[in-house]
Ligand binder design. Structure first.
Ligand code: IMP
Length: 197
């Protein structure tokens, strides 16, 4: 089965592709389909934003669409940057600078208070326009420095135990990540969803 992923983020698209491939789901991104729609993510929750993105692309294509909205919620910052993770410090600020800003905000924060979580909501709209949401959470901590070369976004400073997301293999990240958990819940529910009259 082919599903459109409502994202332009190549890092996310790679993760969708490798997590859903074993369930025989092929994904195509917006850029693969030459869709250059700018969707305003003006929701206040991950759920709202994922729904906005999936519904916008479904309205345009009439096809089955899946979207994710995700972000990093830092406890010492009252859950920031949260839904604003991609816009933290400005949308165009490169990630090394976003990370430096976050580390600066946390410079006086002791190890036991550096808890955080990555959160993800996957929202699926079927061909008939019916929607379904799935959530995944990955608890961790914000380190004092970057570690590892892999991944994207805030991966280099998000630690699960001694390792950052950037120092895990793809399989290790997918097994514990917020997106891995939410996508597996979605993939598990999909056969039943597709059988609904
Ligand atoms: P949005 O869902 O497109 O609004 O963007 C979510 C933002 O959260 C991404 O651009 C990243 O900054 C961050 N993010 C979400 N998931 C991950 C992840 O798995 N690793 C690193 N950063 C992530």
């Amino acid at each position: 089965m082919e599903i459109i992923v409502a994202t332009k983020n190549k890092g996310k698209l790679r993760e969708f592709s490798r997590i859903l491939a074993p369930m025989d789901i092929q994904v195509v991104g917006m850029e693969d389909l030459d869709i250059h729609l700018d969707i305003e993510e003006n929701g206040e929750t991950f759920y709202d934003n994922a729904k906005i993105k999936a519904e916008a692309i479904h309205a345009l294509t009439g096809k089955a669409v899946v979207a994710d909205d995700s972000g990093l919620c830092v406890d010492a910052l009252g859950g920031r940057p949260g839904v604003y993770s991609a816009r933290y410090g400005g949308e165009d600020l490169p990630y090394p600078q976003k990370i430096a800003m976050l580390l600066e905000e946390l410079k006086d924060c002791p190890p036991e208070k550096r808890t955080a979580q990555f959160a993800c909501v996957i929202y699926f709209v079927d061909e008939k326009g019916r929607g379904y949401g799935f959530e995944g959470i990955c608890p961790g901590t914000i380190g004092y420095q970057c570690k590892g070369e892999r991944g994207f976004g805030y991966d280099p400073i998000f630690y699960v135990g001694e390792e950052s997301f950037s120092s895990l293999t793809d399989e290790q990240k997918d097994a514990c990540s917020h997106r891995g958990k939410a996508l597996r819940a979605f993939a598990q529910a999909l056969p039943e969803i597709l059988n609904r009259p």
